[in-house]
Design a protein around this ligand. Structure first.
Ligand code: PHE
Ligand code: NA
Length: 458
């Protein structure tokens, strides 16, 4: 345990944590979620969720990793014997996510190459994704062929895995830290250029208006609060075993609480930036087509691979460049998250079976890489949405619920964790922190589960 790898610098750790947090969720999930859940009014439940659950949980996970110095299953197991399985649950969820996250990054990679000659053409919906999207629209039950790969996805998928596993082979300091020190600043620069350009497009103001216009009536809707907490959890990579793993590589003296605040606020800042960029671009598209903004709002695969290519087509100038910047941003945001997800189960497997890091990367990463081929087929495309939906609706909320209940209620560890964090931070955690984790978070997550079950059963 003593020659555990360590981050080289504090900035390295923060960039890696931010790299995990800032992902596709910020770019293609947050903007539409905010829009649909009250626009400007959504920021109230969102900030509430960030301050009562997001950051407190981040502090808790950072503290657990730092104190118990192990992957999520090992750290949770050391905290209390009965909790190791919660870590494995989280590792399993992370594993599933990695199998399709890799495929989405591979698409983004091929689209950044397609940008060079705008190869998606005029009918962006009919290009590659078309078959899939049409099928979902017309008949959600028809599943495509598992025997054939989506054209053009194999080479980028191999590259995605080669980069990810290469980074993990190189280790925590020489691999993960170095990669994030390159990817995250590059991402911020590329993305800021796009946002500035988008803001100056015709129609941007109408897009922003749609995004920020508050619908106060939504504030009293329980669903909106559930959406806010769901977004915060997914977006901060909480309850995925990731933040525990990353913080287990922190040096002995680290201001964990401060790091958690920086990570939480950076992720939200990027979310806001993405909301502004995406809605400016959507406003532009609505203006080009002479329709209201509400008609072009979209999220996920549709936003990235159907709507955005259309927006790029209509760009007044430098279309190829902006296409490349957009899809390049998706690749950078996605890769830094994928690295963190895979590290999670690599670390778990390595410690549990006491094997070398290289072996763990080959076994864990290799298994995920092989499985990701399924999602790269025509049939897998359909499966991808289902997997993502299921993971988000149940996997994460449940993992978070088990985690806080085990730690706050069963192991009664919050006080110990609090003094551990306070002993080296200039931000002192008070009773508020224990109330957030022991009371507010379990109640909200419990309600979330109940609400998910109800909507899915009816
Ligand atoms: N936090 C990432 C995002 O916002 C997604 C993610 C989830 C990354 C789980 C790792 C683990 O896109
Ligand atoms: Na995020």
């Amino acid at each position: 345990m003593e020659n555990r790898p360590q981050w080289g610098t504090r900035a390295g750790f923060i960039l890696a944590a931010v790299g995990s947090a800032v992902g596709l969720g910020n770019i293609w999930r947050f903007p539409a979620t905010a829009y649909e859940n009250g626009g400007g009014a959504f920021f109230i439940p969102y900030l509430f969720a960030l301050l009562t659950a997001g950051i407190p949980l981040l502090v808790m996970e950072f503290t657990i990793g730092h104190k118990y110095r192990g992957s999520a299953p090992m750290s949770l197991g050391r905290l209390s014997k009965g909790s190791e399985w919660i870590g494995w649950w989280q590792v399993a969820v992370a594993f599933v996510i990695s199998t399709y996250y890799a495929v989405i990054i591979a698409w983004a990679m091929s689209y950044s190459v397609f940008s060079f000659n705008l190869s998606w053409g005029e009918d962006t919906g009919g290009f590659l994704m078309g078959d899939y999207l049409n099928r979902i629209d017309l008949d959600g039950g028809a599943i495509g062929d598992f025997g054939s790969l989506v054209p053009g996805v194999l080479i980028p998928l191999v590259i995605v895995w080669a980069v990810t596993l290469g980074v993990l082979f190189a280790g925590v300091k020489k691999g993960i830290e170095v990669a994030n020190k390159i990817f995250i600043p590059a991402l911020v620069i590329l993305f800021t250029i796009i946002v500035i350009r988008a803001l100056t497009l015709e129609g941007a103001a109408a897009g922003l208006d749609a995004f920020f216009k508050p619908d106060w009536s939504k504030i009293t809707d329980g669903k909106v609060w559930v959406a806010a907490y769901g977004q915060i959890f997914f977006s901060l990579s909480i309850a995925f075993a990731i933040m525990i793993t990353y913080s287990s590589y922190l040096p002995k003296k680290s201001d964990i609480t401060n790091n958690a605040f920086i990570t939480g606020f950076s992720n939200s800042a990027f979310e806001l930036l993405a909301g502004i960029g995406v809605f400016s671009a959507l406003g532009f598209m609505a203006a080009q087509q002479g329709v209201p903004v509400s008609e072009v709002v979209s999220a996920g695969v549709g936003l990235a691979f159907v709507v955005f290519p259309q927006i790029i087509n209509e760009f007044p100038a430098f279309n190829e460049l902006f296409g490349f910047l957009f899809f390049g941003s998706l690749v950078l945001a996605g890769l830094s998250s994928l690295i963190s997800i895979v590290e999670t189960f690599v670390a778990g497997v390595q410690e549990k079976f006491k094997i070398s890091r290289v072996k763990a990367v080959v076994i864990g990463g290799g298994a995920s890489a092989l499985l990701s081929l399924v999602f790269a087929t025509q049939g897998g495309l359909f499966f991808l949405d289902a997997a993502d939906y299921f993971i988000n609706q149940f996997g994460v909320a449940l993992a978070g619920l088990f985690e806080v209940i085990a730690i706050a209620w069963f192991a009664k560890e919050l006080k110990n964790l609090q003094s551990h964090a306070n002993s080296m931070s200039d931000i002192q955690l008070g009773t508020w922190w224990r109330v957030c984790l022991g009371l507010i978070t379990p109640v909200v997550l419990g309600y979330m589960m109940f609400d998910n079950l109800r909507t899915n059963l009816t």
